[in-house]
Design a protein around this ligand. Structure first.
Ligand SMILES: *Cc1c(COP(=O)(O)O)cnc(C)c1O
Length: 350
């Protein structure tokens, strides 16, 4: 199938003349900037925040490029992954006409953004083994299916999706397959970044919110072919990432060794916690995880959630979510936090 981006973009977006910011129109060398109505005297902060930020975050993209092995022209940076998710809807999905496919149980924002944008959601539950149901997908796809969201490793089930299945989707959809790799640093399975050169309809989402320890900074990344990146840049707010955020992210990305150490500890703790949780009489199942959390099936999960909450330990109750009956999603904490959780659970009487 030959993929042509213009066939799937909303006509109003294709025709849109984007806002052209002052900082965008002039990008050469200069010393006097009287083009953006900024306060030339300075700012109450020591930092140079009296000036508008780089709308395309080029320095930060170069840094991310060197770490991820993706050319800067194939990178979009958003105010969290959620900005990229919302923009994909606004660029590709005609409200009231187009549809997207989701595989519950999965990350909640795909559906929230669909509803905000009045886009039809076609839900195909994961199979019993938490993998993609390709037969049902083939039946659900039609000419108006613009996006398929695949979360891998998946939140809240923790598993990675089979790469061959994702490639089947990529080969058969005349729309975008969005692979959300928020937890990829913790996974045995490798990123699909190398596949970007092969599939013009692949979008990969990653974030600095999880392994990188920067959830408060709000930096999400989309990796995709240049036509998709150009559209994301066209539709985003001109100054979506603040100067302070860009500078702090640059600093953080120089500190890759502590991130690697935390990731290694988290994976070790995850495997240790899986074993410890299995020893509890009321634990029914600990699902294998490629992420920094465990999905655990326990007798009367809601009661256990409340028992822990009273003791100041908050886990995520997923017991009302499809395929997650009686399941809690437990984030892996520090060694000390994990021990305190286990100690509290040992006091619980089933
Ligand atoms: C946590 C998470 C994100 C991160 O979102 P940000 O907006 O970048 O913080 C994205 N996708 C999934 C599946 C997540 O669990």
């Amino acid at each position: 199938m030959s993929f042509e981006i213009n066939d799937i973009v909303r006509p109003n977006i294709r025709q849109l003349t984007p806002y052209s910011s002052a900082r965008h129109e002039f990008s050469g060398e200069a010393s006097i900037f009287l083009d953006a109505n900024e306060n030339a005297f300075g700012s109450p902060l020591a930092a140079n925040v009296n000036r508008y930020p780089d709308p395309l975050q080029l320095a930060l993209k170069e840094k991310i490029s060197s770490i991820k092995g993706v050319p800067a022209g194939n990178i979009f940076i958003g105010n969290g992954s959620d900005e990229a998710i919302d923009l994909l809807y606004r660029i590709f999905c005609e409200p009231g006409k187009d549809n997207v496919i989701l595989y519950p149980p999965t990350y909640g924002m795909y559906e929230v953004c669909a509803e905000m944008n009045n886009v039809e959601v076609r839900k195909i539950p994961l199979l019993e083994n938490f993998q993609l149901n390709l037969d049902a997908t083939a039946e659900m796809i039609d000419a108006n299916t613009k996006l398929i969201f695949v979360c891998s490793p998946n939140n809240p089930t923790g598993n990675s999706m089979h790469k061959a299945d994702i490639e089947t989707l990529l080969n058969n959809l005349n729309g975008l397959v969005v692979v959300d790799e928020a937890y990829i640093n913790y996974a045995r399975q490798k990123t699909m970044i190398p596949e970007l050169t092969e599939y013009p309809n692949l979008v990969i989402l990653q974030t600095l919110s999880k392994a990188w320890g920067l959830a408060g900074l709000r930096i999400g990344m989309a990796f995709a072919g240049e036509p998709v990146i150009t559209l994301l840049n066209k539709v985003k707010y001109p100054y979506n990432i603040s100067t302070a955020t860009q500078q702090l992210a640059m600093e953080a990305l120089n500190n890759i060794s502590s991130v690697n150490n935390w990731t290694k500890s988290t994976v070790e703790q995850r495997e240790w916690m899986a074993g410890q949780l299995l020893l509890l009489s009321f634990t029914q199942k600990v699902y294998p995880s490629d992420a920094n959390f465990l999905l655990v099936k326990m007798e009367n999960a809601r009661k256990i959630y409340e028992f822990l909450a009273v003791r100041g330990i908050i886990v995520r109750d997923r017991s009302k979510v499809i395929l997650c009956d009686d399941c809690l999603r437990i984030t892996i904490g520090t060694g000390d936090e994990n021990k305190q959780l286990l100690a509290a659970l040992k006091l619980y009487k089933a």
